[in-house]
Design a protein around this ligand. Structure first.
Ligand code: CA
Length: 226
């Protein structure tokens, strides 16, 4: 069952939405202010967040900004009031996935929720390779190019990148990476993983100081978002 977090302070809308979404087969949790919304969205595993813009204590945009800053990549659909035209641009920049303007048709919202949740994970073709940003990875030839120019990756960096791509979107612990990419009997230290991630970032990230592909998941490990 997919879990949805609804962050909304209008009691009537909360009731309506919770009722309808529950009937559609979703597990719905609700919270009525931005602070608790942020805490729950960052601390628990939800498949989707419905986030109101005008919220007590912490506004929806601040919640969204903070979530993305913490590398929480849960899809977020913003609920905005009619006429908040400028909000759309702000929100998209902050990493919102979609918008629904109040008052909205329930079917429209349901369709958008479904679209977000059904976004199929990308499975790289083992022979064809994988592309993200300006990077192209050829698995067969073990070659990586950036904007058409060859990138010099060590064998280990290539294996690490391959593992990231194959597990795109999943949070990978250092222990898992160490075991899967280096093998059980290899280096004793998870620090090794951090060092190789740093090297990989230097090569594939447009701005290695602010990675957009190999993300740090604080207290957990790494996640590939390319
Ligand atoms: Ca509100």
């Amino acid at each position: 069952m997919k879990r949805i977090l609804l962050v909304e302070d209008e009691p009537g809308l909360v009731l309506t939405l919770r009722d309808r979404l529950t009937r559609e087969g979703y597990a719905v949790d609700t919270t009525g202010d931005g602070e608790s919304g942020l805490a729950r969205a960052a601390g628990e595993a939800f498949d989707l967040v419905l986030l109101d813009v005008m919220l007590p204590r912490l506004g929806g945009f601040d919640v969204l900004k903070e979530l993305r800053k913490r590398n929480v990549e849960t899809p977020v659909i913003m609920l905005t009031a009619r006429g908040q035209v400028v909000d759309k641009v702000v929100g998209l920049k902050l990493g919102a996935d979609d918008y629904v303007t109040k008052p909205f048709e329930m079917v429209e919202l349901l369709a958008r929720i479904e679209a977000k949740l059904r976004r199929a994970p990308v499975t790289p073709h083992p022979t064809l390779g994988y592309q993200f940003g300006g990077i192209r990875v050829d698995f067969r030839r073990a070659e990586v190019t950036k904007e058409g120019a060859a990138l010099e990756l060590s064998a280990r960096e290539f294996q690490l990148l391959k593992y990231f791509i194959e597990h795109r979107g999943a949070t990978l612990t250092r222990e898992e990476l160490l075991n899967e990419v280096w093998g059980y009997n290899a280096m004793p230290s998870t620090r090794t993983v951090d060092v190789h991630v740093a090297w990989l970032r230097q090569k594939i990230e447009p701005n290695p100081r602010h990675p957009q592909f190999v993300l740090t998941v604080h207290g957990m490990g790494y996640k590939f978002a390319g």
